[in-house]
Write a protein that binds this ligand. Sequence first.
Ligand SMILES: [Zn+2]
Length: 208
Amino acid sequence: MDYEKLKQDIYEEDAAQALAICEETDTDILVDDFENDKYINFHMVPPAEAWLAARFAWGPSFGEKTPVWTAHLSQYLMRIDPAMLVCLNRIIIIDGDQDIEPFTETLGTEDDFPDMDGEILGRLWYYENSVVIDVSAIRAIAKQLVAQDLGVFVLSEEMERGFLVTLLHEIRHLGLDCNIFLPEDEYPLPLQSNEAIEEWARDTYECI
Ligand SMILES: [Zn+2]
């Protein structure tokens, strides 16, 4: 990940008034992206575990264990391609629609929370540069697998696998879609197809 090149690209677009730099620190540049009509924060250094941990937002249904899960998942995400994390704002994890309202009250977003329908495992929230994962939908699928079971599937294992593959899948969407400066020679357009994204998620899950 070439952060110096990214910085130059942002400065150039700022000078051309294609976007406006709103805030800049040693680690982050917040821009107003006129073309896509949203703010994007670029994290300009390799992601650290603590920074990743601060991205996580859990629905109230999950109770008190979330700091342990956050720590575990932050360590996990340290092992993926850091270019996918440059524009990551939040990783929002809900357990069904019941968790949506408390979020919309605290997030202060102008955009509607993505419609999860109870059946969608995960979704990129493009406007917020965030991903949303619905554990209740993942649990339902894992339960189906175990119910049809021939003794192969274990619910907790299927849930963990479903959760991690979904998380990787949505982060891949975010990494390819939200970073307007992602170099096209390294990440050509065909990688954005849903099939290619799912393949990346499964391969990454197997490898890391
Ligand atoms: Zn997808």
